[in-house]
Ligand binder design. Structure first.
Ligand code: CP
Length: 298
């Protein structure tokens, strides 16, 4: 049984196959390959993009999807996550998609080996489908030529599951990653670190801006978001005429993470990421629910 807790569970061949399927699905929607399949989503944290993107992806492939609302579920009455999951599995779904604040929630459920588990964001540990759609967006833009591309990840990196997954995945594809953050936002890392984006602005081809999560820091780092923005917001003034692609996993805090002008600028890839996310998730669902099953049956 194949799960997706993070992308290290995917071989390079599987990632290429996800990207080829994504490209094909973008050109022409496939027939309902997952007709008769049933998915549950279990989102213990808020989501706009990931949950709806999985739902659209499942429906475009003909699968049915049922959303459990944890705020109205029996976890509120003290049922453990494992018991909730086991009860849902007794209804014989073909996969469960989970978002949770705890880093190890998806892996704990995956270890139960009941149905394929897909991590839709766990703590600050991993967000594998976001990393796949981020990499796909660059793979498409650079026509597969990713080796050595210089990417700056900017902002609250230590709290970001997207950054954690991007770092692991992009590294496998030979990308040259640089982390840009104030010291308290910087994780323990062997990667090159910078306190100011200006230090590498003339070299980078891609900036991945992250949501400032000042509320997650115990000690105040900045007086307010305006002070953070003065140093880390991606603006027209900062980019000037440099041809740098600007990405962000969302939700974007306007004029704190990225300025209004840059959000409307052709260099901004945020909506491309969201659009690609549906097709990438279609390819992931196909891989886990169809192709992996066929592989294991051989
Ligand atoms: N990128 C992302 O995880 O967005 P949501 O929180 O809206 O799902």
């Amino acid at each position: 049984m194949q799960h997706l807790v993070d992308t290290d569970q995917l071989s390079r061949e599987q990632i290429h196959s996800i990207f080829e399927d994504t490209r094909r699905f973008k050109e022409k929607l496939p027939p309902p390959l997952l007709s008769g399949k049933l998915l549950f989503t279990l989102f213990f944290e808020a989501s706009t993009r990931t949950r709806s993107s999985f739902e659209v992806a499942a429906k475009r492939l003909g699968a049915e999807i049922v959303h459990l609302d944890p705020s109205r579920s029996s976890t509120k009455k003290g049922e453990t996550l494992e018991d909730t999951f086991a009860n849902l599995c007794a209804m014989e779904p073909d996969g469960v998609i989970i978002r949770h604040s705890e880093n190890d929630s998806p892996s704990r459920l995956a270890e139960m080996e009941m149905v394929p588990v897909i991590n839709a964001g766990a703590g600050n540990y991993a967000h594998p489908t976001q990393a796949l759609l981020d990499l796909y967006t660059l793979w498409e833009w650079f026509e597969g030529d990713l080796e050595g591309r210089k990417v700056a990840i900017v902002g609250d990196i230590v709290n970001s599951r997207v950054a954690a997954s991007d770092i692991r995945l992009f590294g496998r594809f030979g990308m040259d990653l640089h982390l840009v953050a104030p010291k308290p936002f910087m994780p323990v890392t062997d990667l090159p670190r910078h306190e100011r984006i200006e230090e590498i602005l003339d070299e980078v081809e891609v900036i991945i801006s992250l949501r400032a999560q000042l509320e997650r820091h115990k000690k105040p780092i900045f007086d307010d978001y305006a002070e953070y923005a003065r140093h880390y917001c991606i603006t027209e003034e900062l980019l000037d005429d440099r041809g740098i692609l600007v990405m962000h996993p969302g939700p974007v805090m306007r004029n704190i993470d990225i300025s209004d002008e840059i959000l409307d600028d052709p260099r901004c890839m945020v909506m491309d990421q969201v659009r690609n996310g549906v097709y990438v998730r279609m390819a992931v669902l196909k891989l886990l629910l169809l192709d992996a099953n066929n592989f294991y049956r051989l």
